[in-house]
Every structure is written in structure tokens, then in C-alpha cells.
Design a protein around this ligand. Sequence first.
Ligand code: ATP
Length: 474
Amino acid sequence: MQDRLEKIVSLCKRRGFIFPSSEIYGGLAAVYDYGPLGVELKRNVQQRWWEAMVYEHENIVGLDAAILMHPMVWKASGHVDAFNDPLIDDRQSKRRYRADQLIEDYIEKLRAKGETERAEALHRRLIEALNAEDMPKALYQIIMDERIPSPDSGAFDWTEVRQFNLMFVTHVGPVASEETKVYLRPETAQGIFVNFHNVKDSSRLQIPFGIAQIGKAFRNEIVARQFIFRMREFEQMEMQYFVKPGTQMEAFEAWKEKRLQWHIENGIRPDHLRFHVHEKLAHYADAAVDIQYLFPMGWQEVEGIHSRTDYDLRRHQEFSGKKMEYFDPQTQERYIPYVVETSAGLDRTILMLLCEAYDEEEVEGETRVVLRLHPRLAPIKVAVLPLVRKDGMPERAQALARDLRPFLNTFYDEKGAIGRRYRRMDEVGTPFCVTIDSQTLEDGTVTVRDRDTMQQERVHETQVLAYIKDRLRQ
Ligand code: ATP
């Protein structure tokens, strides 16, 4: 199944969805650029998320906080002290691994070999180690006891396990010193927490209410791999929902279902999605679940739904000295709200959509590659194609394309055989191809070809916009 991912990576490069960053210099690991079609897909996904979260909920509003924040934010949030990955080095190959990942992969191998009991016992020990006071030491002990070899060299020559902070550091002002140090945010959530009062007071919202944000986050990931699955610069779509303490489980359950539904509405097959309940809860969380997708490399998280209690607001109250309380005008109660968050990776969602949409089928002895993206998410909505470059067809087609452009992302193409032009559009997921042919010159009708069925319908050229808009609503 990995070669399916390779095909998607190659399509993304070839057709202008996603390029490696700074490619002419050899690229920058785990950083990517979105090309002309990628940026359209990304904007469409953002738009869908924003509509579903902000426009469809009268008690959810948006925010766009800065990437750079006061360094105290990250002390309060716990990221300075605890945003760590446990790393271990193979002294022979000099390759670096995440210690917990190394153990997990080893457990998978045991399972594959049918050593289920041993695998389960080790799994329990891993969970214990991850919760241990001295987590690096506990992980190291497992690797020693099990004599887990290095996956690449096969040797058993490990360094000890060390913690590595994932935050990128930069400096404000001309002098680089401890005092001028700031971080690139590793998540968008904290921008929401520190603006809790600003948003609440300016929007006159009453609990329960939510604040939604889409924005960049940065993590110096050690094991960056699998294309845009794990990146060092990525985008998150997060919503923090503030509730009265005691009502968080109700909100948690409701958001779990809503978020799952959102992915299904975007065209993901329900049997390619599942909930994965966290075995290891962060110390501040009282419930957490991941929405996982069946990627070509297996089930992996695309979104987390976390019930974070009052941890974040309480910590900011402690560190800033500002009250983070809410006053309930009805009950006259004062409390620090609890938070349920939905946190999705935008890039990971895009990878999921591409994996789900990519299809190959045999048509008349040839392989047709088609991206079956939901029409609302497709980068190009309609291609306008004159059948031949004569008899006034190009002019007629250009006029139609001009009429459609203000409303739909429209692509005009007159070069090459019509079959090839259709295939190029199939490959990038364009749901509709409109062709101007000799009949158009007689009666003003054009053909509208459906990407998935390849069936064509005749529609009057003045009706094309209404027809497509109607189909996009379905
Ligand atoms: P993981 O376990 O994969 O590192 P996480 O549990 O740390 O992820 P969160 O901090 O909950 O992730 O972030 C929420 C979402 O942000 C994730 O579900 C994922 O979609 C996305 N995300 C997190 N890290 C990355 C990354 N390095 N690259 C791309 N997307 C990411």
C-alpha cells in the first residue's frame, strides 16, 4: 500500500498540488509548499471547516492570533517543561529514534509473529513507562530488558534516552539572548486561551461558547516522515469550547460525533474512519479521543477531541495574575470554565482526502487516474473546452468561461485531443467538463461531462452556471 502513497506524492508534484520546500536547494526536511491546485484544495477545506464550525453555530466565533506570543504563555501551558520527545541513538548507524515509537514497532513485530501474550504484556509496560515519573529511564529499561535491536543496523548499541523539546526558538529584536527568546507556537490553542476575555467581552457570548482558529503551528519533529503527514511547519484547525464544569462530558460526546460527521460529509467512507480512545491521558485531560483514518500506512490520527478541564485557563490565571473566571449572570456563579477542544491538522486532512480520492480504473484498455474529491473541495470546479480549435468554438468557449469565472474556479483548455484533456481534468479531480461542439453553434447547448460516471448531458450554455451550482449543493 505504500506505493499508493508514492503515486499520490508523485501526482501532487506533477500536477502542482504539493512541492518539497526550497526544492532547488535540495529541499528542507518535512517542510512543503502548496502549488496552484494544492492551495485551492487547502482553501476549500479551510472554508468548509469554517462554515461548519463558525457559521453554523451561533455561539462559535473566529480568531486569528499571532504565531509569536509572550514566552510566558509556553511556561504556563507546560510546553517549555513538557513538550518533549524521548530520543535514543543507535551508536553504530548514528540514527536517531523516538524511544516509545521503537518499542511500539517492536510490539507490532511480536504481534505479527503471533506472540500475542508477550506483545500485550509489553504494551502494558509501555503505557506504564509513558506515565512514569522518570519516563525516559522507564523507556530505556524496556529497551534494555527486551534487548530491542536497532531496526536499521540490527545492533544493540544504544545511547541512553534523552528528552528533546519540540519547540522552535527565535529571538525578538537585534540581540539573541535568553531574555529575547521567543517560540514559534507549537499549537494554535494557546492563542485562544489568552484571548478568552477579549473574545468573550467583545462578542458578549455566554457559556457555552466556542472560539475557532485556523493557523500555522511549528514542531521540530524528530521523526518527520510520510509526506505531509508529519511536518515541521503545518496548519491546525482548532476550536476551544468553553463549558460549565460538570457539563464537559456531554459536550465531549457531542463534538466527537459532529467532527466525525464532518469528515464523512467531505466524502470519507465511514469504514475508513474510527475513534481511537487514548490509553494514556495527558495529566490535565479527563477524556480524549482521536479520529483516525485508514491511511495507506495504516490507521493514524487526523484529529483529536480532548476534554482539557480548566487546566489551561487556570494555569494562565496563575502565571499572568489575571482572573480567568466566568461570571454566570443567571446563576450568579463564578467559575473557571472547562474546555473541550477539537483539534484537526489541515495538512493531514488534505493527505486523507487525497488518499481517499485517488483512484485508478481501466477504461478502454487504458488506466484512468481520477481524483474523486468531493465537488465542493475540488480545486477546479469546471473546465471549459472547445472540441476543436476552429469554427468559432474557442471564442464561444472563452465567452462561457468568462461568464463562469466570477462564481466558480474555471479552467480553459483548447490544446490537444479532447480525450486527453478530459483525462488531465480527471487526474486533478475537476468534477465537470463543459464542451463546446458543432451542435453548440446550432442550438446553444453544450455537453457537461461528469468526472465520476464520464456520462455527458446536454445543457443550454446559459444554464451551465445554475446546473453546476445545483450539483455542488448535493
Ligand atoms: P501526533 O501524536 O501525531 O504527534 P499529536 O497528538 O501531538 O499528534 P495534537 O497536538 O493533538 O497532535 O495536534 C492536533 C492535530 O494536529 C493532529 O491530530 C494532527 O492532525 C495535527 N498535527 C500534529 N502534529 C503534526 C505534524 N507534525 N504535522 C502535521 N500535522 C500535525
